[in-house]
Design a protein around this ligand. Structure first.
Ligand SMILES: NC(=O)c1ccc[n+]([C@@H]2O[C@H](COP(=O)([O-])OP(=O)(O)OC[C@H]3O[C@@H](n4cnc5c(N)ncnc54)[C@H](OP(=O)(O)O)[C@@H]3O)[C@@H](O)[C@H]2O)c1
Length: 231
């Protein structure tokens, strides 16, 4: 069993990566910081020496790097079982200072990375008639935060793409799940005054991912939020 995770070295991506490692998946992992990738690979191999862990430094905001990343694993493994489109960045703006360049930067990481990573695997998923794509969306995929307009738009695009994928791929027995976390205690909140202890923990999201993967049914989506959100 083989899985790819984008943005694997921190936060939600790392928690999902460790959860998949615990289930015996060989792993293809991407993020920019090579040192952190190497550290993660060693951490996983110390815990689970039998699984294959391939790490690759990649900037998912870049079209060709993202396509190359996908091609690497397509050539190495031929096909995969799980694709987790997790990478994403959060930045704030509003309607008054909405700027096309900043919006494109946000779209490149939060939306196009998922599309560019997924598209090359579609023929294999369809041919095999199995597999599971997990897209890490956001509660802002369904509503708007006034002070995070570009982020909301990018996550709504990802959510829309997820529904289009699901609609098509269920005819090939391939599952597609949208995960919509609320505030989650990760590095995304570093430097911000936020009650992170009350947030959802990355492991909670990872447990949900395992539940979706192990279910006999199709978990189309789930939202996971702090119980009593103040942020
Ligand atoms: N945290 C929340 O409250 C929250 C809520 C809802 C949804 N989400 C979503 O959950 C996902 C993960 O968020 P997180 O908070 O866990 O993030 P995080 O802790 O900031 O970790 C981000 C990960 O992505 C990598 N990354 C960032 N930009 C990249 C790029 N351009 N190219 C390659 N790798 C990149 C980082 O490594 P490098 O820096 O080394 O590249 C790191 O491994 C995102 O899609 C986010 O929108 C988060």
């Amino acid at each position: 069993m083989k899985a790819i995770v984008s943005g694997a070295t921190k936060g939600i991506g790392k928690a999902i990566t460790l959860a998949l490692a615990g289930k015996g998946y060989d792993l293809g992992l991407g993020a920019r910081n090579l040192e952190e990738l190497n550290f993660l690979r060693k951490e996983i191999q110390a815990l689970y020496p039998d699984i294959e862990v391939i790490t690759k430094s990649v900037d998912f905001s870049q079209k060709h790097e993202t396509r190359n990343f996908a091609e690497t694993f397509l050539h190495h493994w031929g096909d995969i079982d799980i694709l987790v489109n997790n990478v994403g960045v959060y930045e704030e703006d509003n309607l008054d200072n909405l700027n096309e360049n900043d919006l494109m930067k946000m779209f490149n990481v939060n939306f196009f990375s998922a599309m560019r990573l997924t598209q090359p695997f579609l023929p294999e998923f369809k041919k095999r008639k199995s597999g599971h794509i997990i897209n890490i969306c956001s509660v802002l995929s369904k509503k708007v935060r006034k002070k995070a307009v570009s982020y909301s738009l990018s996550k709504q695009a990802l959510y829309g793409y997820t529904k289009i994928l699901r609609n098509e791929l269920r005819n090939y027995d391939v599952k597609v799940t949208a995960i919509l976390p609320g505030s989650t205690n990760t590095a995304s909140w570093d430097g911000l005054d936020a009650p992170v202890d009350e947030f959802v923990q990355p492991e909670d999201v990872a447990n949900g991912v395992l539940m979706a993967i192990q279910s006999n049914g199709l978990v189309e989506e789930f939202e996971i939020k702090p119980i009593n959100p103040k942020h």
